[in-house]
Design a protein around this ligand. Sequence first.
Ligand SMILES: [Fe+2]
Ligand SMILES: [Fe+2]
Length: 154
Amino acid sequence: MNGDPQVIRQLDEYLSFELTGHRQYLLNAATCRHWGFARLAAAQQAYSEEETTHAARIMARILLLGGAPSMGSPRAVESRDTVAKQLESDRALVSAAIDHLRAAIGICERGHDFASRDLMAQMLDDEELHLDWLDRQLGLIARVGLQEYLQAQM
Ligand SMILES: [Fe+2]
Ligand SMILES: [Fe+2]
């Protein structure tokens, strides 16, 4: 099946967010585990796995449309030396992914590719929940203080 090249480009660009997220949260999980914050490590590991599932679904859609997933991950994953910096940098990535999805949904709509639009809308739903989780963690740190927050993450 031949898809709209503009839609394929949007899916392929979005794939790079998923691949970056997968790697970034995997690194966060390993680092949190190393620091002894097992609960936070489990949450980060689950988000890394969620992005893997998202990436697989996006790849399947690109292939179905006759495209080739480029697997590019142009965004750098940097190791952060505090939990707060990890959460802030995750928030920046998820916010950028949400901006991309909102624009991509409009492009799918204009190209009359409603199945790709629905797939992107499902991704948007998950990323809004991810952003909400990050905001809750950052809110807790602001409210109860970093020491109290980390105490609860062991
Ligand atoms: Fe995702
Ligand atoms: Fe996510």
